[in-house]
Design a protein around this ligand. Structure first.
Ligand code: FES
Length: 159
């Protein structure tokens, strides 16, 4: 592929999300093509993660954010940067017992956020390999819960 083709392909997958200050103040869900993506600012960085939890499709836009996202339905933790599903484990042979976070080996699809001046852009991760959360991006699940959510904050507003 030539560099012109690379630029054209990248621009087809890159979408304006909103103004930086607005997203810092309120997380946002953006529907892009067949994907619904939560764009969030946390401790100096922007993240983009598919909005339906890989476990049972829970609404991550309503989850608490610590270092990771805490799904509001069953409290699974998902890292914001990698979409890694986490669980807490304890090695009983090590005293005192100390829980540590480990990977479940399942993933939430994450996307790339870039900034240009005060504008925030989303580049979709369209990697062909399946990601665990892809199951909930089907039409059946896409018609759930987002219709009620825009009342709380910004959804699909381009500022
Ligand atoms: S839907 Fe069960 S933890 Fe998210």
């Amino acid at each position: 592929m030539s560099s012109d083709e690379d630029v054209a392909a990248a621009s087809r997958h890159t979408h304006f999300i909103g103004k930086k200050e607005n997203i810092i103040q309120a997380r946002r869900v953006k529907s892009v093509g067949e994907r619904d993506v939560l764009v969030i600012y946390h401790q100096g960085d922007f993240y983009a993660i598919e909005v339906r939890c890989y476990h049972s499709g829970g609404p991550l836009q309503e989850g608490d954010i610590e270092v990771s996202c805490l799904c509001p339905w069953h409290k699974y933790k998902i890292t914001l940067a990698e979409g890694e599903g986490l669980y807490q484990a304890v090695d009983p042979s090590v005293k005192p017992l100390k829980p540590t976070w480990c990977s479940r080996g399942v993933k939430q699809r994450v996307h790339t956020v870039t900034l240009s001046n005060e504008d925030v852009f989303l580049t979709l991760n369209d990697s062909p390999g399946p990601t665990d959360s892809d199951y909930y991006q089907t039409e059946k699940y896409r018609n759930t819960f987002l219709k009620d959510w825009p009342k709380k904050t910004n959804t699909d507003s381009d500022d």
